[in-house]
Design a protein around this ligand. Sequence first.
Ligand SMILES: NC(=O)c1ccc[n+]([C@@H]2O[C@H](COP(=O)([O-])OP(=O)(O)OC[C@H]3O[C@@H](n4cnc5c(N)ncnc54)[C@H](OP(=O)(O)O)[C@@H]3O)[C@@H](O)[C@H]2O)c1
Length: 211
Amino acid sequence: MTTAIIGTGGLGSVIARQLASGGETLRLSSADSKSARTLAAQIGRAAVVAVDNSDALQGADAVVLALRFTVLKGVIDELAGPLAGKLAVVPSNPLTADAQGNVSRVLPEGQASGEVVAGWLPAGTRLAMAFGTMSAGLFESSSHRSPEPAVLFYVTDDDRAGEETERLIRTAGFEPVKAGGLEQSGRLEVGGDLHDLVVGPAEARSLIAGA
Ligand SMILES: NC(=O)c1ccc[n+]([C@@H]2O[C@H](COP(=O)([O-])OP(=O)(O)OC[C@H]3O[C@@H](n4cnc5c(N)ncnc54)[C@H](OP(=O)(O)O)[C@@H]3O)[C@@H](O)[C@H]2O)c1
């Protein structure tokens, strides 16, 4: 199947490589297309560079918006038409950094980023918050773990989005575990109790059940 990856930086490039190694066909897009072109050349035939963000969605079954939270709404607004009817997977943590590198949350304490993103999306878009639950390096080193696969947590309010996201998570070499609805997205983000955890399915389910 085909997935669009918009944003081919630190995280988007790792997601793209893992999905391509699992057999997914990719359509890549970035701000100025240079990083998308470099990544497509590394991946080979499974990846093509789209003309722009909108073109990336043409023929794609799903889109991963691997963008900083502060640019996410602008790209969603730009894509309102083509996004409707698609699965949107959002790994963004609601963070920003100042010139000194100090990181802060851009949403009020307790406000779930998943619910905020859902409010930005056009009607008919199926949303899952996923693939942003580990640092890029940990994500890359934990995929295809053996003998027990590592879990990638996700949240969604939409059953079909859940099924589609689980397929993508398995394609990337992880076992999917749903951590709840979008209101639970804070558990997945930096500072959340499920962030940067490398656990197997049994431990993951007990963490969810014990919350
Ligand atoms: N990096 C991690 O370890 C990690 C882990 C978990 C979650 N996350 C989350 O993942 C998101 C991305 O993080 P990152 O580290 O990958 O950031 P990044 O390295 O800065 O990459 C951001 C990407 O977004 C692209 N971009 C910016 N504006 C765009 C636009 N208008 N249209 C299309 N593409 C645009 C950039 O394009 P150019 O390449 O052309 O500049 C770049 O490829 C963040 O929200 C972060 O919280 C990151």
